[in-house]
Design a protein around this ligand. Structure first.
Ligand SMILES: [Zn+2]
Length: 135
């Protein structure tokens, strides 16, 4: 459940499929029917070839840490009690990158290249946020 003051994503027409997948603990990405590449965040056209034949696919949820940092102090008081927490850029096995948190371990042992897998945290009544755990 969302804690007071924390930001809760509001699905739009463009992101609804992504959030429906998360609600089922399934990471979904758009895949282009023309060039076959995956993209995130969602948009109306393929960012690589401008193709408009995009479909939603459930993906592995696996990736690796490209970069990360530890947040020791949050400018938003709603997140103050969470500090220190990690903020990480994940390279998904399917290609796209996702800015997220690594959960399930203290922030110190994280290293670039570590293998991670998606997990989900309840953020609002109908919203689960994709976060990652070290595998
Ligand atoms: Zn394409």
């Amino acid at each position: 459940m969302a804690e007071a003051g924390k930001l809760v994503p509001v699905p739009t027409e463009q992101t609804a499929q992504f959030w429906r997948g998360c609600a089922r603990r399934e990471l979904r990405l758009q895949q282009c029917g023309d060039c076959g590449r995956y993209q995130f965040p969602p948009q109306d056209f393929c960012r690589y070839c401008c193709g408009a034949r995009l479909t939603w696919k459930a993906v592995s949820g696996r990736g690796k840490v490209l970069s990360w940092t530890i947040v020791h102090w949050s400018p938003n008081p709603a997140y103050a009690a969470d500090a220190p927490y990690s903020l990480a850029l994940i390279q998904l096995d399917e290609g796209p990158r996702m800015l997220t948190n690594i959960i399930g371990c203290p922030p110190g042992p994280i290293e670039i290249g570590m293998q991670v897998k998606v997990d989900f945290e309840q953020c609002g009544p109908d919203i689960l946020l994709p976060k990652f755990k070290v595998t």
